[in-house]
Design a protein around this ligand. Structure first.
Ligand SMILES: Nc1ncnc2c1ncn2[C@@H]1O[C@H](COP(=O)(O)OP(=O)(O)OP(=O)(O)O)[C@@H](O)[C@H]1O
Length: 933
């Protein structure tokens, strides 16, 4: 097989972090010429030879200058070219092809540099050369060809025809006129690429990406045209799933990547083993697209990217072997030229003259045949001949390959018959024709299958569309329903929140009422506690008083005892030897009389106390009677108030009078009761005073007793002397008798006193108790009275005023009710206020909802309008695209942008006027796509 080998260069990148971390070391050993590499770590130390081997620190510029620059010249000259990068994942393919960034002057990759070079070459070309540059950007992801400039086209078909070769049908080709425009296209397409994180590369390409640049040139003088296609392919990296840690989607991607790369390997093997008659280009989309680049019409450069590290030695060896094998592939590149009009004219002229001679020949032959058929004979000399001098097929008209084959294979029937001009094809041409025929048959078959699959697809899409429409309808119905439900729910929610606000207001009012009641209860409790306290205090005071009395009685007992002791002593003194002096007797008598007087005084006090007691008990009975009467009156009033509630009379004018009267009555009663209480208090005080007096008397008695004791003691000490005058005034027996009587009377008196005291004590205690009871009942009566007053608004209790009283009572009730109603109304007004506020809020919320709904409707309308507009625009675009040969969306790329060489400027200066006019006329045709002009 003749042709040129594809160029293979090998590039090693520096060791990456992972390799260093895993303890990998650079193991590459490049020869001095830079054409072969050995791996230091491998056992066999094989030598891998390439067109060029680049070490770890090679600059991007060097790679470009050596590997690809010449290809750009070829493509601009009308050849097809391919540059593709192969290597394990993370080996630097994307870095080599695209670089770290388009805008990084130092590190930009091959593709930006190629673009710059293309435009530089165009600018350097002669002025009569007109160029157009088109760019496509696609990727093969998961065995589907996706247009990166029109990403919704993600499964484009691959076609083949004689004129175009293998091509991707429907891919968007964008016309560009500057490097910047190409970069813009690159950026746009790059954004649609699929990349993912793997352990080996943070931004691993998960697809094979392809940039296709088509450069068409036309000689404006001759009309001759050429076109070259340049494929720039960044293959996805081969990967060991164990190393990359691929899983899930990344694993699926890895499987597809590895499958298509092994198909590439198989194609290369078949192309290079020298045995295979069939090349499995159709096994993958990648090999199908690269069909012309591998063993076909293309100048191809393969860049194999490798890791220098021992960590990836196995992968590097595999890559190097791939490169070595690929190096033996031979391509047959040719210029893709169209004939110029002059050439075409010459050809036409020749064909026309040929046709005339053939026509003459046919007429001659027909004449000869008619002679033969009529049984005549034509002498051999007169046989029709195409060219007597040169009767060869070279002068025969060109046949279609099939006809030509048939002619070539046909055999003359009769020797005597003149031989029909049979075109004789040489072996190469025949093979070519057969090959072409097979291709065409294959294409037809392919087309038919494609057509039927397309029809099927169209049907499916139609069905799907119908289903989608149906689903959309249902969904929009659902949506509407849901929106309606939502708005209902919102309104309901509003209602609920409003109700809850109202309930909150009611709860608040109840709370207020509760608080009021609690405060009242608290006050009542306080009052009760005060009452209890005062009762307790009084009880304590009573206890104290009774204690005092008890003490006093104890003391009196003591005194009595002492007196009796004294008397006993005195009795003891009644011996014959004791005689009392008259002075002593006088003192004793005096003391006794004092004691007597005291006792009498006490008796008097007791009597007074008894009287008081009687008075108090009378008072108590009175009070009890009054309480009973009050109770009866209260009950009567209650009955009356219940009975009188049914009647009503117009006694408005008397209300105030009655009220004053009732109040006056109440005040009088109150005064009376207070007076009684005052009296009772005074009584108690008086009694206390009496008690004190009693105490004082007891004390005095005590003192007297002491004195008596002292006197008795003095008597026992001194010996009694018989009277000098021999019983002058009173005999001893008489005295004794007197004393005895005195003693007896004193004992009697003391016993009486004791009884009296006890009775007095009992009486006092009873009285105290009664006073307490009275006070309690008085309080109760007062309370009841107050209650009655409150309940009946103090209606007069007097029977005389019954009519007025009833009316008054009713009026008071009415007034009370009015007051109550007033306060109730006030409360209700406050509640109503709050409810009003809540209702206002609700109205506001509803208004906001309404507003929102309106806005939503408006925005939906706007959206709908915009959608309609967009749809219309798209329809327009689609129509115009259809009419313009399927040009797609990128605006700046729709129209061809012819470029001219720079030489034109200088050349124009030197042209004469006629030539300039002619050129201007020619320049008017800035595009040769008629539909765009
Ligand atoms: N020659 C180099 N000099 C410096 N850094 C490089 C070089 N080659 C590659 N790299 C860096 O190594 C990393 C991986 O490179 P790149 O993405 O180009 O690998 P890849 O072969 O395209 O991987 P994949 O097949 O997974 O897409 C990047 O961060 C890149 O910048």
């Amino acid at each position: 097989m003749s042709g040129t080998n594809i160029k293979v260069v090998c590039r090693f990148r520096p060791q990456n972090k992972l390799e260093i971390k895993e303890g990998g070391k650079p193991i590459i050993d490049i020869n001095d010429e830079g054409t072969a590499v050995r791996l230091g770590g491998s056992d066999n130390k094989a030598n891998y030879a390439f067109d060029k081997v680049f070490g770890m620190n090679t600059k991007q510029e060097d790679i470009f200058n050596y590997s690809v620059k010449s290809i750009v010249d070829d493509v601009v000259a009308g050849y097809n070219g391919t540059v593709f990068a192969y290597g394990q994942t993370g080996s630097g393919k994307t870095f080599t092809m695209m670089g770290s960034s388009i805008d990084d002057t130092e590190n930009k990759g091959i593709i930006p540099r190629i673009v710059e070079q293309i435009f530089a070459n165009i600018m350097e070309s002669p002025a009569n050369m007109e160029f157009t540059v088109k760019v496509s950007y696609m990727e093969i992801y998961m065995e589907k060809v996706k247009d990166l400039l029109n990403p919704q086209h993600d499964n484009l078909p691959i076609h083949e025809d004689k004129a175009k070769g293998v091509y991707v049908k429907g891919v968007l080709e964008v016309y560009v006129s500057s490097t910047e425009e190409v970069y813009e296209v690159m950026r746009r397409g790059g954004n649609n690429r699929v990349v993912a994180y793997t352990n080996m590369n943070a931004e691993s390409s998960r697809s094979h990406s392809m940039v296709m640049i088509t450069i068409t040139q036309k000689n404006l003088d001759t009309g001759a045209a050429k076109s070259g296609k340049l494929y720039l392919v960044d293959l996805a990296g081969s990967e060991k799933v164990g190393k990359t840690g691929a899983s899930g989607q990344t694993l699926e991607e890895a499987k597809k990547i590895n499958k298509s790369l092994s198909a590439l390997g198989m194609v290369i093997n078949s192309l290079t083993d020298g045995k295979s008659s069939h090349i499995p280009y159709r096994d993958s989309k990648l090999t199908r697209i690269l069909q012309e680049s591998l063993g076909g019409n293309s100048r191809t450069t393969l860049i194999i990217n490798c890791s220098p590290s021992s960590y990836n030695e196995a992968e590097t060896i595999s890559t190097l072997k791939f490169g070595v094998r690929a190096k033996t592939i031979k391509n047959k590149a040719k210029v893709n030229a169209d004939l110029s009009p002059a050439e075409l004219k010459a050809l036409l002229k020749k064909v026309k003259s040929d046709t005339v001679s053939y026509q003459q020949y046919i007429t001659a032959l027909e004449g000869e045949i008619s002679i033969w058929r009529s049984g005549g004979k034509v002498p051999e000399m007169k046989w029709a001949a195409l060219d007597k001098k040169n009767n060869t097929v070279s002068n025969a008209p060109k046949q279609s390959p099939a006809v030509a084959r048939a002619i070539a294979e046909s055999v003359p029937v009769v020797d005597s018959r003149p031989s029909t001009p049979i075109p004789v094809l040489d072996k190469d041409e025949r093979e070519e024709l057969v090959k072409r025929e097979n291709e065409l048959i294959e294409q037809i078959k392919e087309k038919e299958t494609e057509l039927s699959s397309r029809e099927k697809q169209v049907q499916e899409i139609q069905e799907e569309l119908n289903q989608l429409k149906e689903a959309e309808k249902i969904q929009s119905n659902d949506n509407q329903q849901m929106t309606a439900e939502l708005s209902e729910v919102k309104v309901e929610l509003e209602k609920v929140s409003y109700d809850s606000k109202e309930s909150a207001i009611t709860v608040d009012s109840l709370k207020e009422a509760n608080e009021e009641l609690t405060a009242e209860l608290q006050e009542l409790r306080k009052t009760l506690a005060q009452v209890r306290e005062s009762v307790e205090k009084e009880q304590q005071e009573e206890q104290k008083a009774s204690e005092l009395l008890r003490n006093a009685s104890g003391e009196i007992n003591e005194k009595q005892k002492q007196i009796s002791d004294t008397l006993n002593n005195l009795g003891d003194v009644n011996s014959e030897e004791y005689t009392m002096t008259p002075k002593e007797l006088a003192v004793l008598k005096q003391e006794l009389s004092e004691s007597k007087a005291l006792v009498e005084k006490h008796q008097e006090t007791i009597r007074i106390l008894n009287q008081d007691n009687d008075g108090l008990s009378n008072k108590r009975t009175d009070l009890e009677k009054r309480i009973a009467t009050l109770e009866i009156e209260y009950e009567e009033l209650l009955e009356k108030s219940i009975a009188d509630e049914e009647h009503d009379a117009n006694v408005q004018d008397t209300i105030s009078e009655l009220k004053t009267k009732i109040e006056a009555q109440y005040a009088t009663k109150k005064e009376m009761q207070e007076r009684e209480i005052e009296e009772l208090k005074r009584d108690i005080e008086q009694r206390n005073e009496e008690e004190q007096q009693l105490n004082i008397a007891i004390k005095e008695l005590q003192e007297t007793h002491d004195q008596l004791q002292a006197a008795a003691a003095a008597l026992t000490k001194s010996k009694p002397k018989p009277a000098a005058n021999g019983g002058s005034t009173m005999t001893y027996e008489e005295k004794e008798k007197d004393l005895e009587n005195m003693r007896k009377s004193m004992v009697q008196q003391l016993a009486d006193f004791e009884i009296m005291k006890k009775a007095l004590m009992r009486d006092l205690q009873n009285r105290c108790e009664k006073v307490v009871e009275l006070e309690i009942s008085l309080d109760e009566t007062r309370e009841q009275y107050n209650n009655v007053l409150r309940a009946t608004n103090n209606k007069a209790q007097q029977k005389k005023m019954s009519f007025l009283e009833r009316n008054l009572e009713q009026l008071t009730n009415v007034q009370k009710q009015l007051v109550e109603q007033n306060s109730q109304l006030k409360k209700e007004a406050a509640l109503a206020d709050r409810k009003l506020v809540a209702r206002n809020e609700r109205i506001q919320n509803l208004e906001t909802l309404l507003q929102e709904a309106k806005q939503r409707l408006l925005s939906q309308n706007e959206k709908f309008e915009t959608q309609l507009h967009t749809v219309r625009e798209r329809l327009e675009q689609a129509r115009s695209a259809k009419s313009q040969g399927g040009m797609a969306s990128l605006n700046f790329g729709r129209i061809a942008k012819p470029l001219r060489g720079r030489g034109a400027v200088e050349d124009i200066k030197t042209l004469d006027v006629d030539e300039k006019v002619a050129m201007a006329a020619r320049d008017k045709r800035s595009s040769w796509i008629p539909s765009f002009r």
